[in-house]
Design a protein around this ligand. Structure first.
Ligand SMILES: Nc1ncnc2c1ncn2[C@@H]1O[C@H](COP(=O)(O)OP(=O)(O)OP(=O)(O)O)[C@@H](O)[C@H]1O
Length: 228
């Protein structure tokens, strides 16, 4: 049986209209990743890495091209169906974590499970287990503002993985952290990738992190080059 890739993107085009012209950021980009693979996306600043990641996570729609995640035609879905699909299938970790400051670590990590329809108790049980996995059991009831940068990013990782998604997308996940704390988060991401056999795509300028991934791809002139 032929294995379905976790990500299969073909001919992605993304343009942005500015006041005086149209910028073509992605110009027919193809990208495939088998299930379980870890991939670093690197390239010059402003070249289109985050744009690509947002499309791969269906947070943004391309002007042309197709995206299949685990064989599902993502952009054929209507918005409500797409939100449900994202909730179950894609976890996101960003440089600035986007956690809700007025809520505790437990409440933040539980959020995707609540959105998926689980009741508060079920969602918090799952969140507690995930927070334990990322080394945060001692801070469950701290509000986000009461946590260090590294601790906040651990909560963001727990929130991204609470639904056990087959795909994790991370955009400069440790760009905001000191080198030592960043390295601990890199190790955590690699351990979770192995443990959960999830596909992981990480946009980064950090070569130490990029080299920890099984494969590195470079965005250049709207396409992917230099596959390693
Ligand atoms: N909504 C938008 N409207 C107009 N231009 C945009 C928009 N989003 C991104 N761009 C432009 O597209 C280009 C690519 O941006 P993107 O954030 O994908 O780059 P990047 O490779 O991730 O950069 P960096 O490494 O600096 O984070 C940039 O020139 C940016 O200004």
């Amino acid at each position: 049986m032929v294995e379905v890739p976790c990500i299969e993107a073909k001919g992605l085009v993304r343009r942005f209209a500015t006041d005086d012209n149209t910028l073509t950021i992605l110009s027919g980009l193809d990208f495939t990743a088998p299930a379980g693979q870890s991939v670093a996306v690197v390239g010059a600043s402003g070249i289109g890495k985050s744009t690509l990641l947002h499309i791969l996570g269906a947070l943004d729609r391309p002007d042309a091209g197709e995206l299949h995640i685990n064989g599902r035609d993502v952009f054929a879905m209507q918005d409500a169906q797409l939100s449900r699909f994202r909730n179950k299938n894609v976890g996101f970790v960003f440089q600035f974590h986007h956690l809700l400051p007025g809520f505790t670590a437990l409440e933040n990590a539980a959020m995707p499970a609540r959105i998926s329809g689980l009741n508060a108790k079920q969602a918090e049980e799952k969140a507690e287990a995930m927070l334990e996995r990322v080394g945060m059991s001692h801070r469950l009831n701290h509000r986000i503002g009461e946590l260090s940068g590294g601790e906040q990013q651990r909560v963001a990782v727990a929130r991204a993985l609470i639904m056990d998604p087959p795909l994790l997308l991370a955009d400069e996940p440790t760009g905001n952290l000191d080198v030592k704390t960043g390295a601990l988060i890199h190790e955590l991401l690699c351990e979770l990738n192995q443990e959960k056999k999830m596909t992981m795509v990480v946009v980064t300028h950090n070569m130490q992190l990029a080299e920890m991934m099984q494969r590195q791809v470079t965005v250049s002139e709207g396409k992917l080059i230099l596959e390693q």
